[in-house]
Design a protein around this ligand. Structure first.
Ligand code: ATP
Ligand code: MG
Length: 358
C-alpha cells in the first residue's frame, strides 16, 4: 500500500456537494483510487472560519459530505476519509508554515480575495479566515502527496502550498534553492512539491450563469437533489436569449452544462451548431436534454446514498471517518516528527500522559 504515490484533497463542510465538485475534483478522486493512496479530508476546522456560530450545521454537513463521497464512488476500504480536527499534526504544522509565509503574501492570495467578495465577508471576516489558506498548506503537506485534485479556484492555494514546501525544504533540510521541483525529495527535502490536478471542467458556473457554482452562494445543483429539483434548477440557468431563432452564444452557462453532462459528443456538436445558428431550437428544449443527462448521472448516486439514510446510516458514516482518521494519523504523526527533526525540535519524542482518572 505504501509504495503508491499519494493524493490529498478535501472539501469544507459548508453544505452538500454539487455538480461543480463532481466535474472539478470528485470525479478524478473516484478514478484514481487504485493508482494512488488517497486521503480525503473533511475540512471542518475551515468551516468554522466563516460559520463559527453554526456548529450544528457544520456537524450535519460533515456527515452529509461523506454520504456524497460514498454515493459518488469513494471506497473507504481503499481510501482514507479523515476529519481535520482529529489530526492534530495539521494544526501544529499550520503554525510552523505560518512562519514561512510573509503576511502580505497570504493576504494577496487571489482566491481569498475572491471569496471575501463573493461571500460578502467585507472587513468583518475572522482572523481565522485568511489562516485557512495557511492551514490548507498543512492539510496537504502532512500527507506528503504528489497530486492534489482540485477545481480551478484552488490553484492559487496549491501554488502557495508549493512555495511553503520549497521553503521548508530549503530552510530546514538544506535543499539548494536551484533544485527542480521534481527533485526536492531526492535532494534531501522532506516534502515533495505537490501538483494541482484540475478536473475536466475547471470552473463550472452556477445556475445564476455568473459566479462559480458554490455551496455557499445558493446557485448550486446538489448531487443529492431529486429529479424534480434538478429540472427546476436547470430551468433557471440564465442565458438572456429571447427566442428559438435567435443565434445563441455557445460559450454561455447553459452550454457549459451541455458540454459537461451530455455524454454523446455528436449530439453536443449538433446542439451547438443549431443553437449558434438559431435553427429553431429553444433554450427550453436544451434544458430538457441537460436535465435528463444530469438525472441519468445522478441516479446511481441516489441509490448508493439511500443506504446511509437515518440514524443507522449516520453511525456507519462516523465509523468510516473514525477508521480513516486513525489511519491518516499514523502518516501525519510520522511527517510531524520528521519535520520536528529537521527543525531541531526533536529533544525527545512526545508522550502525553493524562494520568489516572480521578
Ligand atoms: P464554499 O462556497 O464553502 O467555498 P465550494 O462550493 O467552493 O464551497 P469547496 O469545499 O470550497 O466548495 O471546494 C471543494 C473542491 O471542489 C475544491 O477542489 C474546489 O476547487 C472544487 N470546486 C468547487 N466548486 C467548483 C466549481 N464550480 N467548478 C469546479 N470545481 C469546483
Ligand atoms: Mg470554495
Amino acid at each position: 500500500m505504501n509504495s503508491r504515490p499519494r493524493i490529498l484533497t478535501g472539501d469544507t463542510p459548508t453544505g452538500s456537494l454539487h455538480l461543480g465538485h463532481w466535474v472539478g475534483s470528485l470525479e478524478n478522486r473516484v478514478r484514481l483510487q487504485d493508482e494512488y493512496e488517497c486521503y480525503f479530508l473533511l475540512a471542518n476546522m475551515h468551516a468554522f472560519t466563516t460559520r463559527a456560530e453554526k456548529p450544528d450545521e457544520i456537524r450535519r454537513d460533515t456527515i452529509e459530505i461523506v454520504k456524497d463521497w460514498l454515493a459518488a464512488g469513494i471506497d473507504p476500504a481503499r481510501s482514507c476519509v479523515l476529519l481535520q480536527t482529529e489530526v492534530p499534526a495539521i494544526a501544529e504544522l499550520t503554525w510552523f508554515f505560518a512562519m514561512l509565509l510573509p503576511f502580505n503574501r497570504v493576504m494577496r492570495n487571489p482566491t481569498l480575495k475572491t471569496e471575501i467578495d463573493s461571500k460578502g465577508l467585507g472587513d468583518k471576516y475572522s482572523f481565522g479566515f485568511p489562516m485557512y489558506a495557511v492551514g490548507q498548506c498543512a492539510d496537504i503537506l502532512v500527507f506528503r502527496p504528489e497530486l492534489v485534485p482540485v477545481g480551478e479556484d484552488q490553484v492559487a492555494h496549491i501554488e502557495m502550498c508549493r512555495e511553503v514546501a520549497r521553503r521548508f525544504n530549503q530552510v530546514f533540510c538544506g535543499v539548494d534553492p536551484k533544485t527542480e521541483d521534481d527533485d526536492y525529495v531526492k535532494a534531501g527535502g522532506l516534502f515533495p512539491i505537490p501538483m494541482a490536478l484540475v478536473g475536466r471542467v475547471a470552473r463550472l458556473a452556477g445556475i445564476d450563469g455568473v459566479q462559480k457554482m458554490s455551496k455557499s452562494l445558493g446557485n448550486a445543483i446538489f448531487l443529492n437533489d431529486d429529479p424534480a429539483t434538478v429540472k427546476k434548477k436547470v430551468g433557471k440557468i440564465f442565458t438572456g436569449r429571447q427566442s428559438p431563432t435567435e443565434p445563441g452564444d455557445t460559450s454561455n452557462a447553459l452550454f457549459q452544462f451541455v458540454e459537461a453532462f451530455i455524454t454523446d459528443a455528436a449530439r453536443v456538436a449538433e446542439l451547438k451548431d443549431r443553437y449558434s445558428r438559431g435553427d429553431n431550437i429553444g433554450d427550453g428544449h436544451i434544458k430538457a436534454e441537460v436535465t435528463e443527462a444530469i438525472n441519468a448521472m445522478l441516479a446511481p448516486m441516489r441509490e448508493r446514498r439511500a443506504q446511509f439514510d437515518g440514524p443507522a446510516g449516520e453511525k456507519m458514516i462516523i465509523e468510516i471517518i473514525r477508521d480513516g482518521t486513525s489511519r491518516a494519523n499514523r502518516l501525519a504523526e510520522e511527517t510531524l516528527w520528521l519535520a520536528k527533526q529537521a527543525m531541531g525540535l526533536d529533544l525527545f519524542p512526545r508522550t502525553i500522559d493524562l494520568g489516572k482518572a480521578r
